[in-house]
Unconditional design. Structure first.
Ligand code: OAD
Length: 242
């Protein structure tokens, strides 16, 4: 074990408040495709053709078919050792850890994380475009087009699309956690989508020890205290091991 790795373990164990940000890379070893990179999820589509309010308004069937395909794919995936290590770290922190995720797959909660801050929503939740009602919906396949049980309006995925704002309360929780953290972990994210990408900088400016876990270089390089190069499912269990 390198001295750097040992230092990270000690800093994490000593921190009274820890903030964690995860991205698609944390679910990669579960079989959920990431967004960018060679096997990226956009499946030949451009993001702005599918994950935008304009795309949904123009062709809701096409957008729903894409989400239905992703829901089926995610339903077949299970949490991996990275999700499990973060849930273990949270239990050990006894209320001192906030897990913030950009992922919409729900795998952190399935691994036992108590109350993840889901910045970009959740693929298993739907929202009525007419009355705004939120509901959990785990049907795979989902009827296309799905309708609201209360008012009959068209449902949409409860996901933050490009061009939409994050929910204020959700963002506030994430910002608060990073501003008050003594240690922060940034795992499996390419660091190009804001405001999520700005959270590490908030923690750094407030004096936190910031660690990145990623097998590839990212824009975080040089702006964090330590980068542990490797897959989340291999690095995190070792970090958390007693
Ligand atoms: P990206 O697909 O942009 O980046 C995935 C990152 O995970 C890359 O930096 C990879 O190097 C890294 N990675 C790959 N395999 C890994 C592994 N086994 N362990 C650790 N890291 C690994 O995904 P995000 O940064 O999450 O937004 O993308 C941010 C947002 O862009 C998403 O939330 C999504 C997308 O548009 C919405 O859906 C609103």
């Amino acid at each position: 074990m390198t001295a750097e790795f040992e230092q990270v373990r000690e800093r994490l164990a000593a921190a009274r408040r820890v903030a964690v940000l995860t991205g698609a890379g944390v679910s990669a070893e579960s079989g959920v495709p990431t967004f960018r990179g060679p096997d990226g999820l956009w499946r030949g589509f451009r993001a702005e053709e599918l994950a935008t309010p304009e795309a949904f308004a123009a062709d809701p069937k096409r957008v729903w078919e894409w989400y239905d395909w992703r829901r089926g794919l995610i339903a077949a995936c299970r949490p991996n050792p990275a999700h499990e290590a973060l849930a273990a770290l949270e239990r050990r922190a006894g209320g001192g850890l906030t897990l913030v995720t950009q992922n919409v797959d729900g795998l952190h909660a399935r691994a036992g994380s108590g109350d993840p801050v889901e910045l970009h929503g959740n693929i298993w939740r739907v929202r009525c475009t007419a009355c705004g009602r939120l509901a959990e919906d785990r049907r795979v396949p989902i009827p296309i087009l799905p309708r609201c049980g209360a008012c009959g309006g068209l449902l949409r995925p409860h996901i933050v699309w490009f061009g939409e704002s994050l929910e204020a309360a959700v963002l506030e929780r994430a910002v608060g956690a990073f501003e008050s953290a003594e240690a922060a972990l940034i795992v499996g994210t390419s660091g190009v989508v804001h405001p999520a990408a700005s959270l590490a900088g908030l923690a750094k400016r407030a004096g936190a020890f910031v660690v990145e876990v990623n097998p590839e270089p990212t824009p975080y390089g040089g702006r964090v205290d330590v980068t542990l190069e490797g897959k989340a499912g291999e690095v995190l269990p070792r970090l958390v091991a007693a």
